[in-house]
Design a protein around this ligand. Sequence first.
Ligand code: MF3
Ligand code: CO
Length: 297
Amino acid sequence: MPSGRWTRSPSGSWTRCPRGDQVSRGTRGGVRAVLARWRGRDVELKTAGEIDAMRIAGALVAQALTAVTAAARPGLSTGDLDAIAEQVIRDGGGVPSFLGYHGYPASICASVNDQIVHGIPAATQVLADGDLLSVDCGAIVDGWHGDAAVTLAVGTGRPEDLALSAACREALDAGLAAVRAGARLGDISHAVQSAAEDAGRRDGVTYGIVEEYGGHGIGTAMHMDPFLPNHGPPGQGLRLTVGMALAVEPMLTAGVPETRELDDGWTVVTADGSRAAHWEHTVAVTDDGPRILTLPA
Ligand code: MF3
Ligand code: CO
């Protein structure tokens, strides 16, 4: 397990800091600020009414992903899918949160085959039978954010791709189930990692658990504290309390966990060219346990 701190990369996603940077970041704002961050006071807490407002944004994201999933087929481009998602979001009274985010040029991320996350949709990227496609989407309604992702096979999926996607979805589900008041952030990370490892054992493979990117707090902004690794020991880190909202988003590869960013400054691909899956939900900590905000209405 890596020991570095994590920070936002210039592209807006979270990434691990080099060791040197870790020292200066760790003391930002002095000891009091460090303690406040450590105790989780930087984490935005929502009222029950605000969680309801986030659910409206989340349902719109789900609706956009449902439309994209229904439309995805060989011959369609990822640019076409982006237009579909943007239309659903705007028709529903929302604003696409990805569009313009640190200069990002689209309303969805469409990551094909060895692309893990942050693939830029394009009219020139035409889907083919058997492609493995991850679609990530975010929307803002009344100032509140929803963020979710699905992985799907275009046309007829390869069995090993379907297994990879299922494993990633199981890791997501395990992570979501760990989102309870009183639990710790590390319990979520550990649940994600354990489920991915269990799925690998069952499938007779070792899935790569991507470590350079992870989940995040979410609410009045898309990426907020805390960063949520997809691996690590249980019983450590921030204690979860009612009113927190997180985006849980495991990324699994069929090969190594290492990644590479393409020259476009966004697209993250597997270092070994293996295929990848990405599933994500926005979830809130409530008195009644985890409330998944990005399920279809
Ligand atoms: N769910 C993705 C993430 O948390 C959202 C990326 S938005 C983009 O990294 F605009 F940066 F693409
Ligand atoms: Co996210």
